[in-house]
Design a protein around this ligand. Structure first.
Ligand code: FAD
Length: 280
């Protein structure tokens, strides 16, 4: 296992904002992860950092990076696969498509690992394609022990799961995918990537959707009104995206978020954050 000191977490988030990890652990197996979690009493789990806003003024004592823990993809036959939490979704899609299975190609645009995607219950749009629809069971480490949870036990909801309210660490999952020809899979992947080029705003660093529930008309109006704080603004091109235009800070991001929340409150609309915030 590699251990780094004073690691700058802004390097590990897609929005490029973050504090310092006093100790940054990179376990290279599930056994190392179990041993580590038994030794540390307090830690945070980081996967691809694509849905994280971290306070840049704080030190976090222990951060465990999941990218090297379990990279296995096992074909168990008839569309059933075991996939480790450290695997990037693009790799899983590529492997199952080559074997003649599919159903999750649109998720190719999500820059994330399987563990983070299960935690967030990642999906496309308003749950048109949902990774957890294909889950059979999820393997976790809970209080130093390996456990398997059925899909029903994972409490999946729109962009949420039971893992938001317990201490389990996701180490992998078993999936069941339907048969699909390689040509159809390829077409679905290409169509999604083409749509992303048209619709998604990559002019600044971001973490995808800011809110999992909000009023899109209002968010679009706020962007048009030019809501911003310092180097952080709302995207004009992609509604409900916050952009770090380079050198943005946590304080600036939180100011923009507060304006959006307050606007929703004043107009009696619902707004619920999707991005995970680490502020202590
Ligand atoms: C350009 C862009 C496009 C995006 N498009 C989409 C989209 O279409 N659909 C969508 O749903 N999301 C989208 N997102 C958001 C993001 O990619 C997803 O929420 C993704 O699931 C986060 O996974 P991650 O590996 O980056 O997790 P991280 O951001 O590293 O972690 C997110 C949370 O999960 C926890 N966590 C991570 N791994 C584990 C684990 N193994 N065990 C326990 N807890 C864990 C972390 O502690 C943290 O609280 C997008 C983001 C970007 C930047």
């Amino acid at each position: 296992m590699k251990i780094k000191s004073n690691e700058d977490l802004s390097r590990h988030t897609t929005v490029k904002i973050g504090g310092i990890a006093d100790n940054y652990y990179i376990p290279e197996s599930v056994d190392e992860l179990i041993q580590l979690t038994c030794e540390l009493c307090d830690y945070k789990i980081l996967s691809a950092g694509s849905n994280l806003l971290i306070n840049d003024k704080i030190h976090i004592k222990n951060v465990i990076y999941m990218g090297e823990v379990c990279k296995d993809i096992r074909n168990m036959g008839n569309g059933r696969y075991y996939c480790g939490a450290s695997v990037r979704i693009q790799k899983l899609i590529s492997v199952i498509n080559k074997d003649g299975y599919g159903g999750i190609e649109e998720l190719v645009s999500v820059p994330a690992m399987i563990g983070g995607m299960i935690y967030m219950n990642a999906s496309i749009g308003n749950d048109v394609v949902v990774l957890s629809d294909h889950i059979v069971r999820v393997d976790v480490i809970c209080q130093g022990k390996r456990m398997s949870l059925s899909k029903e036990e994972c409490g999946f909801e729109h962009r949420a799961s039971r893992f938001h309210s317990d201490d389990s660490i996701i180490i992998g999952a078993e999936f069941q995918f339907p048969e699909q020809s390689f040509e159809i899979s390829e077409k679905r992947r290409k169509t999604r990537l083409e749509a992303c080029k048209q619709k998604l705003d990559f002019s600044g660093y971001n973490f995808g959707s800011l809110f999992k529930q909000c009023d899109y008309m209002l968010m679009s109006r706020l962007a048009r009104l030019g809501v911003k704080s310092g180097r952080v603004s709302l995207s004009h091109k992609t509604t409900n995206w916050l952009l770090n235009n380079g050198g943005g800070t946590y304080k600036q991001a939180m100011s923009v978020i507060k304006i959006c929340m307050l606007s929703h409150k004043l107009l009696r609309k619902k707004a619920e954050l999707e991005v995970c915030v680490w502020d202590k």
